[in-house]
Write a protein that binds this ligand. Structure first.
Ligand code: NAG
Ligand code: NAG
Ligand code: NAG
Ligand code: NAG
Length: 432
């Protein structure tokens, strides 16, 4: 199985999240007065907005997205200095509240003892408020804040940072748990980006686990290499998203909760959160035991199955993926089949996995033991990856895919349909 061009993939973030165009250079603007984030700035706050565009705040200025020049914050969020004249925000985050659509995706700003809630760049009625009116038990004069949805934290939460103290606010029960993470640098801003949590300090950042505060990997790293485009910094690539015509997947899956992942070589990408940008991460970061890539991946209930050679790894989906005890097991033991697997899929709310090997498709009932396997011929071969969702079945082969409405139509057809080209809407790649 081939690898997508690594340097290109690693730079997807920069290329795709560039939702806002770079401000054209205007000779009339006094550039000298504008701060330059490539000089190495300690940000006051960093947060995405409801469109997934990331804002960086410093003093009376902000940057929108991962490139572009500074702008006055009061042009985008005008009441922040109208009311306060403080000149900077302490902390900001984008609310994730599955139970209350009224707050969901609002940006909250914290200034001294006040909180401001914005949606669509408009201050909500009743704001600003005292912080404790909205977030009882959370102190004033915060350093930073970041949302942590259920699945990544135990419950839909917000982490508030002040020095080395962390106040974990449960937004449903409105209760706070206090922790101290002395090993973590004091975070002047924090960001959740693509399920990863970043503490910004000085011009550096440190990635941390939002539940334990644990830091793994070598940190700190310089923000300018990863979160912005600066001369003499960067990933060493040309900041291009891979062309759709060059895509080659190993596997793809969507679980019942709607989380969608693609796999190629040693990396994976989360596809359904693409409004925040696409970024490739090592497979081992989420599924630590799978160190050699995958042949096929499928989701069933709360479990995700990763197949490599003759091994099947089953992980429970919780705050983190945890390998179920006793795994990996062999393909023969787990699914009753042998040999190299090309692709596999389970349709939503079903219990049959469809395993593709060459031009055969096996139906395996996941709730029957011992496993009962039924084989059908497939009018295609060389399939790389397969997905079944509300729109039907997609079989990926190189940069093209075949579409079928149901497994029944797939196994009944004797002639392959016309392949369709993979598009950016489907996989976040670059058209043309
Ligand atoms: C925005 O802030 C700048 C500098 O602090 C100030 O000169 C300007 O009048 C403000 N604009 C608005 C619309 O409040
Ligand atoms: C967002 O704000 C703009 C400008 O203030 C307005 O035209 C638009 O209708 C608003 N959109 C929503 C969804 O409220
Ligand atoms: C957590 O810390 C805040 C601020 O220091 C304090 O007001 C609150 O009582 C503490 N809560 C608990 C449960 O310890
Ligand atoms: C940033 O991190 C580097 C190590 O990667 C360290 O040498 C440097 O002192 C840090 N700078 C700041 C301002 O934190």
């Amino acid at each position: 199985m081939e690898l997508l061009p690594q340097t290109l993939i690693l730079c997807l973030a920069l290329a795709l999240t560039n939702g806002v165009p770079v401000a054209p250079h205007d000779a009339a603007v006094d550039d000298a007065a504008l701060p330059d984030r490539c000089e190495g700035i300690e940000f006051d706050a960093v947060t995405p907005d409801e469109k997934g565009n990331t804002y960086f705040f410093k003093g009376s200025h902000l940057w929108s997205g991962f490139h572009g020049a500074a702008q006055l914050s009061n042009e985008s969020f005008k009441e922040l200095d109208d009311i306060h004249h403080i000149g900077h925000v302490d902390a900001a985050f984008r609310m994730h509240n599955a139970d209350n659509p009224g707050d969901h995706d609002h940006i909250y700003f914290f200034l001294d003892d006040k909180v401001f809630s914005y949606y669509n760049h408009t201050l909500e009625d009743g704001y600003p408020k005292e912080i404790q009116e909205d977030f009882p038990g959370v102190p004033s004069h915060l350093d930073s804040a970041v949302e942590c949805p259920k699945g990544e934290c135990m419950a839909d939460s917000v982490l508030f940072f002040k020095g080395h103290d962390v106040h974990v606010y449960d937004i449903t029960t409105k209760t706070v748990k206090n922790k101290t993470w002395a090993h973590l640098p004091a975070c002047t801003s924090t960001l959740r980006w693509l399920e990863h949590y970043y503490c910004f300090h000085g011009h550096n950042f440190t990635r941390f686990n939002p539940v334990t505060g644990e830091v793994s990997g070598s940190y700190p790293k310089d923000i300018r290499h990863y979160f912005m485009k600066c001369p003499n910094f960067g990933h060493g690539g040309d900041h291009q998203v891979p062309k759709c015509s060059e895509v080659k997947l190993d596997a793809i899956t969507t679980d019942d909760a709607g989380k969608s992942y693609s796999f190629a070589g040693s990396i994976y990408m989360r596809l359904d959160t693409h409004r925040n940008g696409l970024h490739a991460f090592p497979i081992t970061r989420a599924w630590k035991e799978v160190s050699n890539g995958v042949d096929a991946v499928f989701s069933h209930g709360d479990d995700i199955y990763l197949i490599k050679d003759d091994q099947v790894y089953i992980y429970k989906t919780a705050a983190h993926y945890t390998l179920i005890e006793g795994y990996p097991k062999t393909l023969k033991e787990e699914l009753g089949i042998e040999g190299h697997v090309d692709a596999a899929f389970v349709c939503p709310n079903e219990h049959t996995v469809h395993v593709i090997q060459g031009n055969t498709i096996h139906y395996v009932d996941l709730i029957a033991t011992p496993r009962a396997v039924t084989d059908f011929p497939l009018p295609l071969s060389g399939i790389d990856a397969a997905l079944c969702n509300a729109e039907g079945i997609q079989l990926f082969k190189g940069s093209e895919y075949y579409k079928y409405l149901t497994p029944m139509i797939l196994t009944m057809s004797r002639i392959a349909p016309h392949p369709l080209p993979i598009t950016s809407a489907l996989l976040g790649c670059r058209d043309a």
